[in-house]
Design a protein around this ligand. Structure first.
Ligand SMILES: NC(=O)c1ccc[n+]([C@@H]2O[C@H](COP(=O)([O-])OP(=O)(O)OC[C@H]3O[C@@H](n4cnc5c(N)ncnc54)[C@H](O)[C@@H]3O)[C@@H](O)[C@H]2O)c1
Length: 329
């Protein structure tokens, strides 16, 4: 039974702690949160003890650390976990600074400890199956990927101001997915953005509507479309075009029931937001980490994947700000 220390009992910490508790292969031994009641409530639910971040990281009866605290704490907590010799599963992003990620990864590399980053979309059953068929050659060699990702509504302004901007906060998931699908590094990024949903987002120096085109050295192209608004729910679709055909994965609806009348065909809404849409993906991500740590397999997405996605997010932000394509090294 792998004994976890979970740091952060907020939205995503709860999802992960519940998966660990239900896994039958691991347990949440300790939980920490800056808000004592948040830690106490979740600890009671999953059968854990409450302790401080520092005590959890050095505890002899903790085998692995799961980091679900706000982004500014991730790099320090990864380093502390690694220095204590513990495998770490950390929520995305490692840091909003590429330099800070590089420093953090050097420590992990020096300690030779395991670090997995929570890019959950790789574990979505449909996206994972699509990527496997792609690698198995179902549509020949990849030429172009299209990723559409729209949130049902914008986050609160307090969140927007600290998020690092749409490219680093929201599109980071799609940038990782692009690398996962295309299987090559992107070397040039071209971005457009606007605040069409809420002018306050623009006034805060961010965008709520964006499109990115990226290209690899061999010429493969990816197009990503993001919006902080979709009147019909959490729009999550991908399509990959290859030399022998096309693969695509669409949205998932609440039910498959359709009503047909003279007005046309009407189906249920699509799953509303990330906890519903990616529930299976979050569970599969944590179970993959448990399996890797228990059996000694390597993990993916790794710290390097976290770094590469952040480089693309920085390039997209710079391209939007300057209006010019940005090369990525
Ligand atoms: N992979 C995904 O789809 C996904 C989804 C949501 C959030 N996230 C990431 O997960 C992280 C947490 O996001 P969230 O939405 O759960 O936030 P949240 O605000 O709901 O939860 C964060 C929790 O951490 C606690 N906290 C703050 N500072 C702390 C500290 N120093 N030590 C211990 N606990 C501390 C807070 O009290 C809060 O309960 C962010 O980095 C975010 O980017 C990823």
């Amino acid at each position: 039974m792998l004994r976890f220390g979970v740091l952060g009992a907020g939205r995503i910490g709860k999802v992960h702690a519940r998966t660990i508790a239900a896994s039958g292969k691991a347990k949440v031994a300790y939980l920490a949160d800056a808000i004592p009641k948040a830690a106490a409530d979740l600890a009671a639910e999953v059968g854990a003890k409450v302790a401080s971040v520092e005590d959890i990281i050095k505890a002899k009866d903790v085998d692995a650390i799961l980091i679900a605290t706000p982004t500014p704490f991730h790099a320090d907590q990864i380093e502390a976990g690694s220095n204590a010799g513990k495998p770490v599963l950390c929520e995305k992003p490692v840091s909003l600074s590429v330099e800070r990620i590089e420093q953090c990864l050097k420590i992990v590399e020096k300690n030779k400890t395991t670090l997995m980053i929570g890019f959950n979309r790789r574990f979505d059953p449909s996206f994972a199956a699509l990527q496997k068929r792609l690698r198995d050659g179902a549509v020949g060699s990849v030429e172009m990927a299209t990723i559409i990702s729209r949130d049902p509504g914008p986050p609160p302004m307090d969140y927007v101001k600290l998020s690092g901007g749409l490219f680093r906060d929201m599109m980071i998931h799609d940038l990782d997915l692009a690398r996962f699908l295309v299987g090559e590094e992107f070397t040039v990024v071209n971005a457009l953005g606007a605040s069409l949903v809420d002018k306050a987002i623009g006034a805060a120096g961010d965008v709520d509507t964006a499109a990115v085109h990226m290209q690899t050295a061999s010429g493969k192209i990816c197009v990503i479309t993001n919006s902080r608004r979709a009147t019909y729910g959490y729009d999550q679709r991908i399509e990959v075009h290859g030399s022998k055909g096309m693969l695509r994965a669409g949205n998932i609806h609440n039910t498959t029931v359709e009503v047909a009348t003279a007005d046309g065909f009407h189906g249920d809404p699509i799953l509303h937001f990330f906890t519903e849409r990616y529930g299976q993906a979050y569970a599969s991500e944590v179970l993959t980490f448990i399996d890797a740590v228990t059996t000694g397999k390597s993990v993916a997405p790794s710290g390097h994947d976290g770094l590469q996605a952040q480089k693309l997010a920085d390039a997209a932000t710079q391209s939007w700000a300057t209006g010019s394509p940005v090369k990525v090294v």
